[in-house]
Write a protein that binds this ligand. Structure first.
Ligand SMILES: C[S@@+](CC[C@H](N)C(=O)[O-])C[C@H]1O[C@@H](n2cnc3c(N)ncnc32)[C@H](O)[C@@H]1O
Length: 280
C-alpha cells in the first residue's frame, strides 16, 4: 500500500506528466524552463522574458563565486537553467527531479549541447537527496521549494550539500501574512496550493528563519513582483477567472492554480522573489 508520501509523489508526477504533455509550448520546451516569464520592459519578447529568471540566478551566483563552480539544481524540471549555468560559469552540474520524464529530457538536453560528463541528472526526492559524498558551491531551487511538504527539511538538505561559503539561490512565490489572515485571499491561496499540488507555502520571513536555523544567511533579496505587475505575463488576464472555479483533475487544477496565483500577485498578496543565502 502507498504511504501518504508516496501517494503525494504519485499525484505530483501525474500533474507534471499532463503539464509537460499539454501545456508547455515549443519555446518553453526549447529553453527547458517551466517557471515564470518576467519582462523588464513591455518591449521584451517572450523568449527574453523566459530567460529572465535563469539570467538573474546566473548573475547572483557569478557576482559571488569564482568561475568553475559545482552546482546542484533541486527540482530542475527540463534542465534549461542548469544547462545555461554549465554552458557558462559552472564547471559541473547535477539536476534532481522527482520525474523520470523530466530526467530524460535533461539527459537529452545535455547530449544535444555536448555537456555529457559535465551535466548529470538524478531522479529523487529533495527532502532526502540521494547524493552522499557530493558537495556543491551552489544550490539552485527555482519554483521548486513551493512543492516541499517540509520546507525546513529541504533547506537543511541544501545546507548539508553546500561547502562553507557556498550559495543557495531560491526563486519562488512567497505569500504575504495577509494572504493567510484575509479570508478571501486565504481562499485564493488554498486554491493555488491545491491546484498546483503545493506544500505549506511559507512566507518570506518564515523561510528566512528556517534557513538561518540551518546556517544559511540571507545575502540578497530581489523582488520581481513590480515587474510582473507592470507587465503581466501572457495569458495572465484570461486565466484569472479560473481562480474562482475549483476545477477537478490535473489540468483543471493547473488552470485554477494559475488564476489564483495571478490574482494573489496582482493584489500584492504574493511576491515573486529571488533569495540568495550563504552557507556559514
Ligand atoms: C515548477 S517546476 C520548476 C522546474 C525548474 N526549476 C524550472 O525552473 O523550470 C518544479 C520542479 O520541482 C520538482 N519537484 C517537486 N517536488 C519534488 C521533490 N519532492 N523532489 C524533487 N523534485 C521535486 C518537479 O519535478 C519539477 O521539476
Amino acid at each position: 500500500m502507498n504511504t501518504p508520501r508516496e501517494a503525494g509523489h504519485q499525484r505530483l508526477l501525474s500533474y507534471y506528466r499532463r503539464l509537460q504533455r499539454w501545456t508547455l509550448g515549443p519555446l518553453r520546451r526549447e529553453l527547458g524552463v517551466m517557471h515564470r516569464a518576467v519582462k523588464r520592459s513591455g518591449a521584451d519578447s517572450q523568449r527574453t522574458a523566459l530567460a529572465f529568471v535563469s539570467g538573474e540566478v546566473e548573475r547572483a551566483l557569478v557576482s559571488r563565486l569564482q568561475p568553475g563552480f559545482r552546482v546542484l539544481d533541486l527540482g530542475c524540471g527540463l534542465g534549461g537553467t542548469l544547462a545555461r549555468l554549465v554552458n557558462g560559469p559552472a564547471l559541473r552540474g547535477i539536476g534532481l527531479t522527482l520525474s523520470e520524464a523530466q530526467a530524460r529530457a535533461v539527459a537529452a538536453r545535455a547530449a544535444r549541447s555536448g555537456l555529457e560528463g559535465r551535466l548529470a541528472v538524478v531522479v529523487g526526492d529533495f527532502h532526502r537527496v540521494p547524493l552522499q559524498g557530493a558537495r556543491f558551491d551552489a544550490v539552485v531551487m527555482i519554483e521548486a521549494l513551493v512543492h516541499a511538504r517540509a520546507p525546513a527539511t529541504v533547506l537543511a538538505e541544501a545546507a548539508r550539500l553546500l561547502v562553507p561559503g557556498g550559495l543557495l539561490a531560491v526563486v519562488d512565490d512567497f505569500p504575504s501574512p495577509e494572504a493567510r489572515s484575509d479570508p478571501a485571499l486565504h481562499r485564493l491561496l488554498a486554491r493555488f496550493r491545491r491546484g498546483w499540488r503545493l506544500g505549506p507555502l511559507p512566507g518570506f520571513a518564515e523561510v528566512e528563519a528556517m534557513a538561518r536555523r540551518c546556517g544559511l544567511v540571507l545575502v540578497e533579496r530581489c523582488d520581481f513582483t513590480p515587474l510582473i505587475r507592470r507587465h503581466p505575463p501572457q495569458g495572465s488576464w484570461w486565466v484569472r477567472p479560473f481562480a474562482w472555479l475549483d476545477l477537478p483533475g490535473d489540468l483543471g487544477g493547473a488552470l485554477s492554480g494559475a488564476g489564483a496565483r495571478e490574482l494573489l500577485t496582482a493584489r500584492g498578496a504574493m511576491r515573486y522573489l529571488l533569495l540568495v543565502f550563504a552557507r556559514r
